[in-house]
Design a protein around this ligand. Sequence first.
Ligand code: OAD
Length: 252
Amino acid sequence: MRVLVITGAGVSAESGIPTFRGKDGYWRNLDPAKLATPEAFARDPKLVWEWYRERRQRICNAQPNAAHAAIAKLAQHANEFLLVTQNVDDLHVRAGMPKEKMVQIHGNIFITRCSRCDFSQKDYKHEHEQEHEHEHEHEHEKEDQDVDLPRCPECNALMRPGVVWFGEQLPWNELQRVESYLDRGSCDLVIVAGTTATFGYIIDWALRASRDGGELIEVNPEETPLSQFATQLVREPAAVAMPQIVDQIIGS
Ligand code: OAD
């Protein structure tokens, strides 16, 4: 069986990570869709970093839920499998998903990269970030506006989170991995879970993968632009629906 699974913020919702477009997504009364932009970072990098630091911390404290575990189980049983996640958290990996079977198409929140050159580093722990900030504070004691803002050790430009912001291109290598999986053949099963499917490429990948009569299951309590194309609609939270779907598939 050849499988494609596409996930969005709804899959991590039951782990306590707020979605982007739901009412819980607002942070200090600010719309995340307006914070996750190059323009917001240019205008107020400190504010944008504060939001990402809080999200990192929340993710560190969160645990993968039953949906993450079910998807990892499906990956083990399918002959060919790819997970394309729009989520920048590490909950799929912590649930046991092998990295070679997944693509984080919107990046990884625990990577910090330079906004100018190619330098990047992994920041796994919030504590580590704080150490980094304190070192930095000493370096720039008089530059109040720079306190808390990490700078590139190579070129001294501002560092930014390693995620894709609105209006930015998708990472080339990750995009190629998705394209080559789709080019190699159609899928028997496509599951799209917990995403508003706002981006055209999400719908495009789901339709291309299921083009030869494959099953296209949408798991989402709400209707989305993809719903009209699905062969099966599951209007339930992912942590409830995914274990049932996976058990049915593996059992059959
Ligand atoms: P959104 O916040 O847009 O949508 C979350 C979706 O999950 C909605 O359709 C909800 O109905 C659904 N949902 C909520 N709780 C759920 C649950 N327990 N189980 C299943 N579904 C549930 O998140 P995404 O679609 O992932 O990109 O957003 C896509 C991208 O927009 C993000 O990756 C991010 C954002 O801007 C960038 O930052 C580039």
